[in-house]
Design a protein around this ligand. Structure first.
Ligand SMILES: Cc1cc2nc3c(=O)[nH]c(=O)nc-3n(C[C@H](O)[C@H](O)[C@H](O)COP(=O)(O)O)c2cc1C
Length: 174
């Protein structure tokens, strides 16, 4: 079987925080590479494409040309995905307008999501933008696992659930 090539896209406002701990774990289990959006300069969506020259387009090219599976790893900030991650999603609109070919290349790829909050409960509705964006872009949605950090590390029982999720949902090519 062909080896799945995947990438974990980290959207935290700190590169070495809680979401990064989850990303390291997922990376270890999957062998996927990771991209830290915090280290990139990605501006907000602009109707006049004023941010066209920033890091978004080269990054998007790198992603669509190299990977079949995209795992979004976002902290929970105010019941939603982080602003950094939302900017990334908003900018996909550039691909649907000025870079249509690039946008089309997302079709048939897999999308998964891992959220990281302070609470073990993820509020209803958090996952919807990911599910609907995958639908809109013609991507296969693999599912979400909510995570949190206790005493600087991943709780033991969560580690087990996360391993199962990775094995049974993220490592499957649909
Ligand atoms: C701006 C901000 C908003 C937050 N909002 C929530 C929230 O709505 N629900 C929640 O469970 N945790 C919330 N938290 C806590 C973070 O989700 C939690 O600490 C997370 O593990 C942080 O990951 P990070 O270290 O990658 O930023 C918030 C934290 C910040 C900084």
């Amino acid at each position: 079987m062909m080896k799945l090539k995947g990438v974990i896209i980290q959207g935290s406002s700190r590169s070495d925080g809680n979401t990064a701990k989850i990303v390291s774990f997922v990376q270890e289990k999957t062998g996927f590479e990771s991209i830290d959006l915090k280290s990139k300069n990605i501006g907000a969506f602009d109707y006049n494409f004023e941010n066209e020259g920033d890091d978004f387009l080269p990054l998007m090219k790198e992603i669509v040309f190299n990977y079949d599976t995209l795992i979004f790893a976002t902290p929970v900030y105010w019941y939603s995905m982080s602003g950094i991650m939302k900017n990334f999603f908003d900018r996909i609109s550039d691909c649907l307008k000025t870079e249509k070919e690039l946008g089309r290349m997302l079709r048939g790829k897999n999308m998964g999501m891992v959220s990281c909050g302070s609470d073990s409960e993820l509020k209803k509705g958090f996952e919807m933008p990911f599910v609907e964006s995958a639908n809109y872009l013609g991507m296969n949605y693999l599912g979400n696992m909510h995570t949190w950090i206790e005493n600087e590390s991943i709780p033991e029982s969560l580690e087990k659930d996360l391993s199962n999720f990775i094995e049974n949902q993220l490592m499957i090519s649909k």
